[in-house]
Design a protein around this ligand. Structure first.
Ligand SMILES: NC(=O)c1ccc[n+]([C@@H]2O[C@H](COP(=O)([O-])OP(=O)(O)OC[C@H]3O[C@@H](n4cnc5c(N)ncnc54)[C@H](O)[C@@H]3O)[C@@H](O)[C@H]2O)c1
Length: 278
């Protein structure tokens, strides 16, 4: 493949075996990149590798994003296989299924906080730690999957919303610390029909967000966004990742989040308060 925006790039994508991460993997391959997919579900990774059109441009590493050693192994194997690392897409995450403070006991909050923050926030930080030295060599970049919950309330409960706000702060801080050698940006996605799971500590590890879309119809966006007839197919969210990874297209952009959320930021009031029925 030649002529793609990511021709010759070497990329590492956490959570690259399912949902949005897999869609970004497929899009990056189509744009000419070589991709290492990293995740904790080996079957998903094997399936992603088997479906790739060119086996020489994909590699899988199994591991948990809370495990720094596995992340370092993923960076090392990427450099070994593809010669370098141009882009880290920090993406693996879990949702809290909008469990509100008033529905959670202290013990649940304690354990679920640790699980959600260690995957969603520490997982991004450890991936950045594993990758930055190689990214400095290539003057590469990090693209983080953020969320509407990085900016607005009620896209999760307090645990998810706080974790995605933390990821926004992490993105900005790293953009400062790694400049001018490495750019760091985010893509703040809205609701998508993926396999997004919840925390095991709340017994939500087997629940998939796809079940909510199945109830409403496979392609139904949340009704409260201005583009309420827009797609919820993760493939339609991948363009900004290509843009932000491609130095020719976004060389002067760092510390910025592109919102891909159907226009939540321009909508009017829906409900004044969430606790009227308490
Ligand atoms: N689906 C949505 O509506 C939505 C909206 C906004 C943002 N996001 C964000 O998108 C990102 C990707 O989620 P998705 O919706 O594609 O879900 P998904 O479950 O389809 O994909 C997530 C991938 O990450 C992997 N993963 C999860 N925890 C891991 C861990 N501890 N270690 C290694 N791998 C792990 C999963 O196995 C899976 O392959 C997340 O950061 C999520 O917060 C999703």
């Amino acid at each position: 493949m030649s002529g793609g925006w990511l021709d010759g790039y070497a990329v590492l994508i956490t959570g690259g075996g399912a949902g949005l991460g897999r869609a970004v993997t497929e899009r990056f391959l189509a744009e000419g990149a070589s991709v290492t997919v990293f995740g904790r579900d080996k079957d998903q990774l094997d399936e992603t590798v088997a479906a790739a059109p060119d086996p020489s441009r994909i590699h899988a590493v199994t591991g948990d994003v809370r495990d720094s050693e596995r992340l370092h192994a993923a960076v090392a194997e990427t450099v070994e296989r593809f010669g370098k690392l141009d882009t880290l897409v920090a993406n693996a995450g879990v949702w809290d299924y909008q469990r509100r403070l008033t529905r959670l006991g202290a013990e649940q909050l304690d354990t679920a906080f640790d699980e959600i923050f260690s995957i969603n926030v520490k997982g991004y930080l450890l991936a950045a730690e594993a990758a930055w030295r190689e990214l400095v060599k290539t003057r590469g970049s990090i693209v983080m999957t953020l969320s509407n919950a990085s900016f607005y309330v009620n896209g999760g409960g307090p645990l998810y919303t706080a974790s995605k706000h933390a990821c926004l702060g992490l993105m900005r801080e790293l953009a400062y610390e790694l400049a001018p050698k490495v750019r760091v940006n985010g893509v703040a996605c809205g609701g998508m029909n993926t396999d997004l799971r919840g925390p095991e500590s709340l017994a939500l590890g087997d629940r998939s967000i796809s079940a909510s879309f199945a109830k409403k119809g496979p392609d139904s966006a949340p009704p409260l966004i201005p583009l309420h007839d827009s797609s919820t197919d993760p493939r339609d969210f991948t363009g900004p990742y290509v843009l932000l990874a491609a130095r020719d297209q976004s060389g002067p952009i760092t510390g910025h989040a592109i919102s891909v959320d159907g226009g939540i930021g321009v909508r009017g009031f829906a409900h004044a308060a969430g606790g009227d029925d308490l």
